[in-house]
Design a protein around this ligand. Structure first.
Ligand SMILES: C[S@@+](CC[C@H](N)C(=O)[O-])C[C@H]1O[C@@H](n2cnc3c(N)ncnc32)[C@H](O)[C@@H]1O
Length: 225
């Protein structure tokens, strides 16, 4: 089942599963991280000292022993941050706009690569809550590194670059463009397609119909780097 209704709002507590999710939240928005639950404090101290010494003190200061299910032995609760909605109007790096995505795993993978590539944010239209637990799981906690918003498409100002396999492979993406990415089943909807300033294609071998949407976002974000 892929559809999840929008429900959580800023201020809601979300659950972070696993060391990497907790590490990223502590690194990018430590003020949001409330309790860190650890199965074995000494084991987590060793893991964190090796992989992320920069967040060791912050992690240990919040650590409470608990029965943790995740295989890394670390989970946390965090406050969902207020989101910067100015990014919908003006920005210097691309904003990724997912038009009615269906798979929370795909949306999480997009948040992860958008954070890594320095995008200004990720916005979604449609019924999927971009803060749904499964989306959070897919982003490895990188929801705390950039704005992740549910929007009405009318709130977003362009320029709009629609990603579509039938577009122009040579199209140059303007700085601060909105990269519009379609849903798994039906691609970009008619209303956003009508607002396209340009339509960009990633060339594919004959016979291949499309890329996974997170792969398409990754290819475009890293194209000009
Ligand atoms: C799985 S594809 C959607 C395929 C869908 N059946 C369709 O009719 O477009 C999801 C989204 O990824 C992007 N995408 C996938 N392959 C692409 C390509 N080769 N060039 C540009 N965008 C692509 C598009 O935005 C597309 O709407």
């Amino acid at each position: 089942m892929f559809l999840h209704c929008c429900g959580m709002s800023p201020g809601t507590t979300v659950r972070l599963e696993g060391f990497h999710a907790v590490k990223h939240a502590l690194r990018f928005a430590p003020e949001c991280v409330e309790q860190v639950h650890v199965r074995d404090v000494e084991a987590v101290r060793t893991l964190c000292a090796r992989l992320a010494p920069d967040v060791l003190a912050a992690l240990l200061s919040r650590a409470e022993p608990a029965d943790v299910a995740h295989h890394t032995g670390v989970e946390a609760t965090a406050r969902r941050p207020e989101q910067d909605r100015d990014v919908l109007q003006r920005r210097t790096a691309p904003l990724v706009l997912l038009d009615a995505p269906r798979s929370p795993g795909n949306a999480g993978a997009v948040v992860r690569v958008a954070a890594a590539a320095g995008a200004s944010g990720v916005a979604t239209t449609g019924t999927l809550d971009p803060w749904h637990p499964t989306v959070l799981r897919g982003s490895a906690g990188l929801h705390f590194a950039l704005p992740v918003l549910h929007v009405e498409s009318s709130e977003v100002s362009g320029p709009f670059v629609v990603l579509d396999a039938d577009g122009d492979p040579a199209a140059a993406v303007p700085e601060g463009a909105v990269l519009v990415v379609g849903s798994e089943r039906s691609g970009v909807g008619a209303s956003l397609r009508a607002r396209a300033d340009l339509v960009l294609a990633l060339p594919m071998r004959q016979g291949v119909s499309s890329l996974n949407l997170a792969t398409a976002v990754a290819a475009v974000l890293y194209r000009g780097r």
